[in-house]
Design a protein around this ligand. Structure first.
Ligand SMILES: CC(C)(COP(=O)(O)OP(=O)(O)OC[C@H]1O[C@@H](n2cnc3c(N)ncnc32)[C@H](O)[C@@H]1OP(=O)(O)O)[C@@H](O)C(=O)NCCC(=O)NCCS
Length: 215
C-alpha cells in the first residue's frame, strides 16, 4: 500500500489559523495495510469542515468503550474558546476522513508553550491505513514551527511511543494513570508538575452555567 500525504496549509481563499509553514509533500512508506493508493491531503480546518469534523470524531469514538463520547463537543468548545491553534483535517477525494486537535495546556510550574494533543480521529472505514500517523506527524511538525516546548496527551498505551511520546514520572495529569499519559518534550527537559487541560475538555454538549454549551 502506498499512502501519499500532501501536507498543505489551507484551501485557497481560507486563511489558516496559524502562520503557514512551508508546503511539504511526504510520500508515506509502504505499510502493508489493506488498501490501495490513497492520496491524502493534510491541511488546516476551514469553516466548511466543521460539521464533517464533528461527524468523523463522533464516528471514530462511537465504539470506544473508554470514551465518554463527548469528543466532538470538546473540539467545538475549544474552537469557541479560541483555544484550537492547530486543527488539521485529513482529506481524501474531497472528503474529510480524519482530524486532529492541539490546544494549549497549563503546567503548574509555570512553564509556557506546552500543548495537548487530541482528540484525534479517523473515520472507522479508513483506520489503520496510516492516516492517524500522518495527522500526528504533521501536527507535531506544526507545533515545532510554533516553537512549542512540548506536547502531552491521554491515549492508547501502545500507540504514541512511535512518535517519541513517553510515560514520565515528573509530569502528571490528575486522575490519569502514568501508563496512558504521554509526554513529548520538543525543547529541553520535561518539566515537573501537574498538567491542566483546557476547560473545554469538560464540554458534554449540555449548556454550561451561563447558558453556553461550549465553554
Ligand atoms: C487512533 C487513530 C486516530 C489512529 O489512526 P489510524 O489511521 O487508524 O492509525 P495509523 O494507521 O496511522 O496507525 C499508525 C500505527 O499505529 C498502529 N495503531 C493504529 N491504531 C492503534 C491502536 N488503537 N492501538 C495500537 N496501535 C495502533 C498501527 O498499526 C500503525 O502501526 P505501524 O506504524 O507500526 O504500522 C484511529 O484509529 C481512531 O480514530 N481511533 C478511534 C478514536 C481514538 O481512539 N482516538 C485516539 C484516542 S487516544
Amino acid at each position: 500500500m502506498q499512502l501519499t500525504v500532501l501536507s498543505v496549509t489551507a484551501a485557497a481563499g481560507h486563511p489558516p489559523r496559524q502562520p503557514a509553514p512551508a508546503t511539504e509533500a511526504v510520500r508515506w512508506p509502504e505499510t502493508g495495510m489493506n488498501c490501495t493508493n490513497l492520496n491524502i491531503v493534510i491541511r488546516d480546518e476551514i469553516d466548511t469542515d466543521i460539521v464533517a469534523i464533528s461527524d468523523v470524531t463522533q464516528a471514530a469514538f462511537e465504539s470506544l468503550e473508554i470514551s465518554n463520547h463527548t469528543e466532538q463537543y470538546i473540539i467545538e468548545a475549544l474552537r469557541a474558546a479560541n483555544a484550537l491553534p492547530i486543527s488539521l483535517v485529513a482529506e481524501l477525494d474531497g472528503q474529510v476522513v480524519g482530524h486532529i486537535a492541539f490546544s494549549p495546556v497549563k503546567l503548574s510550574d509555570g512553564t509556557q508553550g506546552w500543548f495537548g494533543l487530541g482528540p484525534v480521529s479517523v473515520e472507522p472505514e479508513y483506520q489503520r491505513k496510516g492516516i492517524g500517523k500522518a495527522l500526528i506527524e504533521t501536527g507535531l511538525s506544526r507545533l515545532k514551527n510554533l516553537k512549542a516546548q512540548g506536547c502531552c496527551l491521554v491515549g492508547h498505551p501502545e500507540y504514541y511511543k512511535k512518535f517519541g511520546f513517553q510515560n514520565v514520572d515528573g509530569l502528571v495529569l490528575e486522575g490519569v494513570p502514568k501508563e496512558v499519559f504521554f509526554v513529548l518534550s520538543l525543547h529541553g527537559p520535561v518539566p515537573e508538575g501537574e498538567v491542566t487541560f483546557h476547560n473545554a475538555f469538560k464540554a458534554d454538549g449540555q449548556p454550561a452555567a451561563g447558558g453556553d454549551a461550549t465553554r
